[in-house]
Ligand binder design. Structure first.
Ligand SMILES: *Cc1c(COP(=O)(O)O)cnc(C)c1O
Length: 466
């Protein structure tokens, strides 16, 4: 055990320390990987010493992945992760606590409760009366929201299903919302056509007037609007929908307001940024991923809800082999989608404990500043910024891209081949294709921003002979 674990410790340290020198993009074909696995492991006929397996895994991971913990990875909210969270994950695997019921792992349960109450308070919910749980990710949190909303608005849904609801239930969201809702509408039996896309203004924010129009149109057709999804920090462009206006509409018309703040929820930890998500506290439910801007490993989403009773009704169940729920403790198996349940929250608890709220604030604000620096640097060199957000995601284009002389795909290909930075592209509002760079690492420094700008310029100029 000792030598195996020493080896792992060495690798984690070397990987952390050496990350800047590792090629950020892999160069490999699928057949190469499959051949390797076949050659090395065959039919798993005989045992292999764990140290040998480790060497092989280290090598595969280092060579064959996009290194999203690299400070020059400007991708899709996959963060660099704090040491505390890496250690936490190791401990969770070793202790393997079962969090389905409180009595099985009281310490772990209370660690999660305590952590969630802190974040719940930061969002402006009352931690003592509202509901919160850790999810596998934002998609599970969004699904929880839709299930809770259906159960809340349609008392017959739980026992008799969607088909028992006399008029067709509809959900309203913008075209820039997260695509998990398509899968969710499919899964919960609403059907994908229950999603009604509301127009956006020129800044890609959901337009409240069009929302009211669409609601009216649907009501006239005998449909039943029951939920509005507002996005706080769209995946593509970091746009924040007008939360206070949408909350007011929800209140007036008895609609469930869900705020999908998977990435930008963390803004509530910053005095500077929290005004940008003002109004989030009026939501019925909120999605916020710890595994995005809180810089912990994946599989740590969070779901918050004002209606504790509704959630308990949605997921309530009785068995002979599990204990009945108690008054003053929390049994996740009767309150959430999952049954057997990993201790998801330790990585968040340990990181929060180590950094403190102040440490998180500094990190989040530093990343926002890096985003500002990137925006300014690109503008200076003649790029056009196409999104408008206080968050560190920058979508940009150039007149030569807009005229069709150069494509974003060509530029990306060159950037990936150079293996120093990673960015992506995106189509905004169904029209404008742009390059997209998002600061996702707390380790990104000004020099990394400068490097990104140089790489973009280099790739661009090699695409477009003057
Ligand atoms: C990432 C994201 C999701 C999905 O979350 P996962 O954790 O990937 O399941 C949902 N909504 C928004 C706005 C996101 O950015």
């Amino acid at each position: 055990m000792d030598s195996v674990l020493q080896k792992v410790v060495r690798e984690v340290i070397d990987f952390y320390d050496g990350i800047r020198d590792i090629p950020i993009t892999p160069e490999v074909t699928v057949s190469e990987i499959r051949r390797h696995l076949k050659h090395r492991y065959g039919e798993f006929a005989g045992p292999i010493p764990l140290e040998e397996v480790l060497d092989d895994v280290f090598s595969m991971m280092r060579k064959w992945m996009v290194h999203n913990t690299h400070p020059c990875y400007y991708g899709l909210f996959n963060p660099s992760v704090h040491l505390a969270s890496v250690v936490a994950e190791t401990l969770v695997a070793a202790y393997n606590p079962q969090l389905a019921v409180w009595r099985q792992a009281p310490g772990a349960q209370e660690i999660e409760r305590y952590t969630l109450e802190f974040f719940s308070g930061k969002l402006g919910f009352d931690p003592k009366t509202s509901f919160a749980n850790f999810t596998y990710g934002g998609s599970e949190a969004n699904q929880t929201a839709v299930l809770a909303a259906l159960t809340h608005v349609f008392p017959e849904y739980g026992e008799d299903g969607v088909s028992s609801i006399p008029s067709r239930p509809m959900i309203y969201l913008s075209g820039e919302c997260h695509h998990s809702f398509e899968k969710i509408a499919h899964m919960v039996g609403l059907g994908r056509r229950a999603l009604r896309l509301v127009n956006m203004d020129e800044k890609l924010k959901l337009d409240p007037d069009d929302l009211l129009n669409k609601i009216k149109e649907d009501e006239d057709k005998g449909r039943k609007p029951f939920m509005v999804v507002a996005t706080a920090g769209t995946t593509g462009a970091g746009v924040i929908d007008p939360l206070p206006e949408l909350a007011a509409i929800g209140r007036d018309r008895n609609l469930w307001i869900h705020v999908d703040a998977a990435w930008a929820g963390a803004a509530c930890l910053s005095e500077k940024l929290k005004s940008s998500i003002q109004g989030i506290d009026a939501a019925d439910s909120i999605t916020w991923d710890a595994h995005k801007w809180l810089s912990v490993p994946m599989a740590a989403g969070m779901f918050f809800c004002r209606h504790r009773e509704t959630v308990a009704r949605t997921f309530g169940v009785r068995t002979s082999y599990m204990p009945d729920a108690t008054e003053d403790t929390f049994d996740p198996y009767v309150n959430t989608i999952q049954w057997s349940r990993r201790l998801l929250g330790l990585r968040v608890f340990m990181t929060l404990a180590e950094l403190g709220a102040e440490g998180y604030r500094e990190e989040i604000e530093k990343q926002a500043e890096m985003g500002d620096a990137l925006r300014a640097g690109l503008k200076e060199r003649g790029w056009r910024i196409v999104n408008d957000t206080p968050l560190p995601v920058v979508c940009f284009t150039h007149e030569r891209i807009e005229s069709g002389a150069v494509t974003t795909a060509e530029i990306l290909k060159k950037i990936y081949a150079r293996k120093k930075c990673w960015i992506s592209d995106v189509v905004l509002g169904g029209r404008t294709r742009a390059l997209r760079a998002c600061v996702t690492s707390y380790r990104t420094e000004k020099r990394d921003i400068d490097l990104l700008i140089r790489e973009v310029e280099e790739a661009f100029s090699s695409c477009s002979p003057a």
